[in-house]
Design a protein around this ligand. Sequence first.
Ligand SMILES: [Zn+2]
Length: 391
Amino acid sequence: MDLDFWWLLVIPVAFALGWMASRYDLKALLSESANLPRSYFRGLNFLLNEQPDKAIDAFIEVAKLDPETVELHFALGNLFRRRGETDRAIRVHQNLLSRSDLPVNERDHALYELGQDFLKAGLLDRAEETFGKLKTGDFALGAQRALLAIYEIEKDWNRCIDTARQLEVMGAASLDLEIAQFHCELAQEALQQKKPDEARRQLSLALKANSQNVRATILAGDVDAASGDSATALGHWREVEAQNPAYLPLVAEKVMKAYEALGRAEEGAELLTTWVDAYPSNDLLDVAYKYVAALRGADAAHALARAQMQKSPNLAGMSRLLEAQQAAADEPRRSELELMHKLLQQRTKNLPRYTCQNCGFRARLFYWQCPGCSGWETYAPRRVEPVPASS
Ligand SMILES: [Zn+2]
C-alpha cells in the first residue's frame, strides 16, 4: 500500500519541477532578446518577407551597434552565395570587412568568403586579388587552393605549378600528379606553337614530377611524329604498354599509322592483335578490327571479333560480330544480318562513354581533366556501356 501512495506523489512533483524550469527558460529568453537591437528583428522580418535587400540593411545596422553579430553575417553571406545571389553575398562580406574593430582571424575569414563570392560570380581577377591577401593565418591554405583553381580556369599553367609547389610547402598533400599534368599542358601548347624543344623540356619535367604520367609518354611520341620521325614516335607510344597498358586504346590508332608510315603495316596489325588478346577492350578491338580486315581479310577480322566477344560479351562487341558475320554471309542471310547489325548499331552508337570516377560525368571524348569536377586523371581510359537497371 505504502509503495502505491509514493508513486501518486511523484506525478505532481514532476509537474511542479517542469513548470518551474519552463518559467526559468522563458525568463532567460526574454532577458536575452531584450538585449538584441530592434534592427535584428526588423532584419529577420524582412528576410521572412523575402525582402533580402532591406534585410541586409537592417542587419548591417545591427552589426554597427553590436560587434557580436559577426556569425550572423557569415551565415547570411553564405546563404546568399549558395542561392547564387553573389552581389548580395559580396555586400554582406564587404560590409563586415569595413569594420575597423574586426579581429584578425574574423577579417581573414571575411576575406576568404569574399574571394569565394567573386569566384562564384566569375570575377576571377577580383577573386585572385582577394585570395592573394591571405598569405598567413588559418585561411592561407584554403586561399592558396582557390588560387590554384583560378589559375587552372585561366589556363595559366606556370602559375599553377608555382602555386601547387607553394601548397606543398604550406603542408598540403603531394600535388605531383597535378604538377605533371600542368607540364603536359605546357608541352601541348609548345607542340601547337611548333616548339619541339620546349615541348620535350616540359615533358621531361612532367615525368620527373610523376613517372607514371602516361600523357607525357604519349605526347613525347606526338612531338616526334610532328617532326616526321615515325620510328622514334612509335618507340614512345609502345612504352605505354610497360607504363600502364590500360591506356593502350589511346595510342592504338597512332601506333598503326606510324607502322603504315614506316611501310610495316602487317607488323602493326600483329602487335594490335596481341594487345587485344592480352588487354581485352572494345576500343582496342575497334582499331584492330579495322586494320586486320583491311590487311588480312574478313575471316581474320571475324575470328578476332569472335574471340573478343567470348572473352567479354557486350553490346558493342555483339554489333562488331554481326558486322563480321554479315561480310562473310550469302544472300538472303546477309540482308538479315545487315538489318540486325544496323538496328543494334543505332542503339549502341552513343552508349559507350568515358566516365569520371570522381563525379560520374560521362563524356564521348577522353579528358585528362574532368569538365564536371575539374579533377585530374579521373577518367579511366576505356569507354564503358551503362549497366541497365534490372527490371
Ligand atoms: Zn569529374
